[in-house]
Design a protein around this ligand. Structure first.
Ligand SMILES: Nc1ncnc2c1ncn2[C@@H]1O[C@H](COP(=O)(O)OP(=O)(O)OP(=O)(O)O)[C@@H](O)[C@H]1O
Length: 610
């Protein structure tokens, strides 16, 4: 019961101290940092980097319902206490980054429910026991950077993740792990696939190179680098001279406009564009608009800077369809002076001209670095055009779901959590302008990206202008259950949509794709059903799972997403609260995280976007 769980935690606190000393003992233990309960029982204890010092007492073993125990990156030493044998419900054990010593204790092999075991970066000695075979559910085994000796035993496990690098292991790599990356075995005296074969004839890693060969490689690499540098410099010069004096500055924007070659179309069925720009094609449609609309109207600009282009310039621009959305078609328009903008032609606008202009004034006045700014608009009876900054990196939807094949750069935790934070800040900013201010259409194709993968929320306010009949099904995956009229989306409904977006970031699944899955459930319900069973890896995007050390942050963000997608609006947090929580999650993953994920990248050679 909770009283005995509490006693165990207090005993732990007095033995290893650290930030556990900040626990408020007069509070329920379920409210202490790192302690997670279900039905008045502690089921998770997550204490990473809490400055815990010394030997663990016999205490944690009393937390009999514990499913996840994380003590990673502390200064815990000595043996793993024997009462861990009582943790029969334990699924995830993270002890990496401590100074635990002694052999890998035999009682761990009695924890039949273990799915993830991370003992890396400790001082464990002895051999890798064949008793690991008893852990039939094990999917992750990390033992790197210890002092383990002997050979890797023949086991009958099907592991998704395995690493024994930088131990003192010898012998040949058994077949059951020979499909792992060579980096899992480096720093030992091992041979066989994926390292060099044991008779020294084939394989990729492990061959000793002579001093001369190393010198040759270094010199070659330096020359190669210089050559690439030279080519890049030439290319830059050519590009500059091509541009000539053409204004690449969007003066209306008051800042540099990013001019890009047409980007790859990755948005599945949503884009109907060819990648070639068509000079005049865009203007054709608008000339019609201009003549039919009366001809005297012009673009209404926002922002303080001078207006570098006018309607005439826009008419002459080459246009390329970016995609068809709920409210019309989006174009990439390249103006003759070189400025690139995104133009949206709205359809089915139901509000009056006065209402439209008032709404545009509100939208145009929004100024936040995580919003795509509305630069100008045009209104006539037949045509309504909105001019935005063009975002060359496309949308989060394309980034997450496009190009899932080989050659894709994995989207790492830092990038995803950074996008979540930026988007939440923009939405919280919109909400801070009064309770009637909501976005109304939060989804991954409306989260655009800057060159440095920072989130820019677009399409703010458009939902309030469109008729409900023009709202296609595909936004349903994001829509809160209480929303019946797409023009009236509350702030709490925005929070719901944002929660779905977080789930999309964490699972890599499109909400619309989840709608079509075999069970016919939506993304929030699917995640909840998986999570209810246990906090397994199953919900997370495989690309994220490669970076083990962020799992706690991932779980925290998952919990937040689940809170945001609560069925009843009152049970959802406010957007300001959501932003604060994401900030905290990002902060807790930063310092120690950076070093660890850098390491993961260098092993995977998947360069993180800066
Ligand atoms: N400012 C922009 N810069 C670059 N690409 C953009 C810009 N605005 C929209 N896009 C892209 O153009 C395509 C169509 O966008 P649009 O907003 O019209 O539709 P949507 O996002 O699919 O749906 P909805 O209309 O419901 O927002 C999307 O792929 C979107 O990412």
């Amino acid at each position: 019961d909770l009283a005995s769980d509490r006693a165990a935690l207090v005993a732990l606190r007095s033995a290893v101290g650290g930030r556990l000393l900040l626990w408020n003992l007069s509070d329920s233990p379920c409210r202490w940092v790192g302690v997670f309960c279900t039905q008045n029982q502690v089921i998770e204890l997550r204490l990473p980097g809490m400055g815990l010092l010394g030997q663990l007492p016999l205490a944690i073993g009393n937390l009999t319902q514990l499913q996840t125990l994380s003590l990673r990156f502390n200064a815990l030493s000595g043996p793993v206490p024997s009462d861990f044998a009582n943790l029969s419900n334990l699924r995830n054990l993270y002890l990496q980054g401590n100074k635990f010593s002694g052999e890998i204790p035999g009682f761990l092999f009695g924890l039949q429910n273990l799915i993830r075991l991370n003992l890396a970066k400790n001082n464990f000695t002895g051999t890798i026991s064949s008793d690991f075979n008893k852990l039939t559910r094990l999917g992750t085994l990390y033992l790197e950077e210890n002092h383990l000796t002997g050979s890797i035993p023949e086991l009958d496990l099907r592991l998704a993740q395995f690493n024994v690098s930088f131990n003192n292991l010898t012998g040949s790599i058994p077949k059951w792990v020979s499909g792992m990356d060579s980096s899992s075995f480096l720093g030992n005296t091992l041979c066989g696939k994926p390292l060099v074969s044991c008779n020294g004839t084939e394989g990729s890693g492990g061959k000793k190179l002579s001093g001369g060969a190393i010198a040759g490689i270094v010199i070659g690499a330096v020359f190669g680098f210089l050559l690439i540098l030279l080519i890049l410099m030439c290319l830059c010069r050519r590009k500059k001279s091509n541009k000539g004096g053409a204004g690449s500055r969007d003066v209306a924007a008051g800042k540099q406009t990013e001019i890009e070659t047409p980007r790859e179309k990755t948005e599945g069925g949503e884009s109907e564009s060819t990648s070639a720009s068509t000079p005049g094609a865009f203007s054709g449609a608008m000339v019609k608009a201009e003549t039919r609309g009366g001809g005297s109207k012009s673009l209404v600009f926002f922002g303080k800077g001078p207006k570098v282009f006018d309607l005439e310039d826009l008419l002459r621009a080459s246009a390329e369809v970016l995609g068809k959305g709920t409210f019309g078609t989006a174009y990439k328009a390249t103006l003759e002076m070189g400025v690139v903008v995104a133009v949206k032609r709205l359809k089915d606008v139901t509000v009056s001209e006065k209402e439209f202009r008032e709404k545009m004034e509100v939208v145009g006045a929004m100024d936040h670095h995580n919003l795509v700014p509305l630069r100008a608009y045009y209104f006539s009876r037949d045509e309504k055009l909105l001019v935005y900054d063009y975002m060359p990196m496309g949308s989060l939807s394309a980034l997450l779901h496009g190009n899932r094949g080989s050659g894709r750069t994995p989207l790492n935790w830092d990038t995803r959590s950074g996008i979540a934070l930026g988007a939440s800040q923009a939405i919280a900013y919109l909400h801070s302008h009064g309770p009637a201010n909501s976005h109304g259409n939060i989804k991954s194709s409306n989260i655009l990206l800057s060159k440095s993968y920072k989130a820019r929320v677009s399409d703010f306010g458009l939902a309030h202008l469109a008729s409900p009949s023009s709202t296609p099904n595909r936004i349903d995956g994001y829509r809160a259950p209480e929303v019946t009229d797409a023009r009236k989306v509350s702030q709490k409904a925005d929070v719901y949509s944002f929660g779905v977006l977080l789930l999309e970031l964490l699972t890599g699944k499109a909400p619309t794709q989840a709608l079509l899955n075999e069970e016919g459930v939506d993304l929030p319900r699917w995640v909840q059903s998986v999570v209810k069973e246990e906090w397994t890896a199953e919900v997370f995007d495989l690309e994220l799972l490669r970076y083990q050390n962020v799992e706690e942050e991932m779980v925290q963000l998952l919990q937040l997403a689940i809170n945001c997608t609560a069925q009843y609006p009152d049970n959802r947090p406010s957007m300001a609260e959501v932003t604060n929580q994401i900030e905290e999650i990002c902060r807790s993953s930063s310092p120690e995280q950076d070093a660890a994920s850098q390491q993961a990248y260098s092993i995977d050679s998947g360069a993180p976007p800066s």
